[in-house]
Design a protein around this ligand. Structure first.
Ligand code: HEC
Length: 284
């Protein structure tokens, strides 16, 4: 028999803490519910491997993330696969850990399944050539790490950065002690719900075309029109073509101004995710 703990408090942290006492003997599953009474996370304890598997779910019950922790002297240490999924079940981020250190290749995909970027780790160091691709699959940047000089969780990178345009290097930088973008492989904490936040969503879905400061494929975030209504923004992000087709004059003006570039529709984003992105944009 698996004892199922049904807990209904909104205080997730205290629930996770209370689940930690149950570390010997029988397998068990702890379920954590959100305010709407839906399962937000399950924690499966397997005594045979002395490990815990944390699974997080989207609002509609689909799997959002799954990661494994092993228990060392009663403490949870991240060890094993750590995967975040898109709503359609495809992989958004793949990480693997060994004794709380990143292990080998991490990769991050665009929603259409194309590679967004990849990272490599050697023990406690960043290593190899990290490649970054835009929403169209074009190589935009390489970060080449000097062997065994940049710690895996350091924000001070020691690398050569090559920028590409149309398949050719347009700029090469040697960086030392500079923060380069990338995940910095933050250790997942079992006690923190990692539902995608606005900043990460923006990085994954929008940043390829919207630089914070300067115009790129699309307008710079700082020059986004502040006067747009919330409802309009939802619709724009979800399906701008529809707005244009309906003759919305703001949408038409934008398309005209930007040479009729189609705005990518994001039909897979949930309302909560769009809300998170829009709140993030307000802070920019
Ligand atoms: C493939 C490139 C691309 C991606 C990805 C993209 N955009 Fe855009 N965005 C554009 C372009 C180009 C425009 C200018 C209008 C046009 O032609 O579509 C634009 C315009 C906008 C505007 C209107 C700005 C204003 O002045 O009112 C908003 C808001 C916006 N995008 C938000 C987003 C958000 C949020 C995301 C991510 C969910 C996103 N975009 C992803 C290319 C993109």
């Amino acid at each position: 028999m698996k004892p199922i703990l049904v807990l209904l408090f909104p205080l997730v942290y205290s629930i996770v803490a209370s689940a930690q006492t149950d570390t010997k003997g029988m397998p068990s599953t702890t379920k954590i519910y959100n305010e709407e009474g839906k399962v937000q996370m399950t924690i499966f304890y397997n005594p045979s491997c002395q490990c815990k598997i944390y699974s997080e779910f989207f609002g509609d019950g689909k799997l959002l993330a799954k990661r494994v922790f092993k228990l060392v002297d009663g403490k949870e240490v991240v060890d094993g696969e750590d995967i975040t999924y898109f709503h359609d079940g495809s992989i958004q981020a793949y990480k693997k850990w060994k004794d709380a250190l990143p292990d080998g290749r991490f990769y991050f995909n665009h929603e259409d399944g194309r590679l967004e970027h990849e990272e490599f780790y050697d023990g406690k160091y960043k290593t190899g050539t990290w490649k970054y691709f835009d929403a169209f699959g074009r190589l935009v940047r390489e970060q080449i790490y000097e062997p065994r000089t940049t710690l895996w969780n350091s924000k001070k990178d020691n690398a050569t950065v090559k920028y590409y345009q149309n398949g050719a290097v347009v700029k090469t930088d040697k960086v030392k002690g500079t923060t380069l973008s990338g995940s910095n492989a933050t250790t997942p904490s079992p006690a923190v719900i990692t539902t995608l936040d606005g900043a990460s969503l923006f990085r994954l879905k929008c940043k390829a075309c919207h630089d914070p400061e300067s115009p790129s494929y699309g307008p710079a975030v700082k020059s986004f029109q502040k006067k747009r209504k919330e409802a309009w923004l939802y619709q724009w992000v979800r399906n701008a073509d529809e707005l244009v087709a309906a003759g919305d004059k703001d949408a038409l003006a934008l398309y005209q101004q930007w040479n009729n570039k189609k705005h990518p529709s994001q039909t897979k984003l949930t309302d909560e995710q769009i809300k998170a992105i829009l709140s993030y944009l307000k802070t920019q």
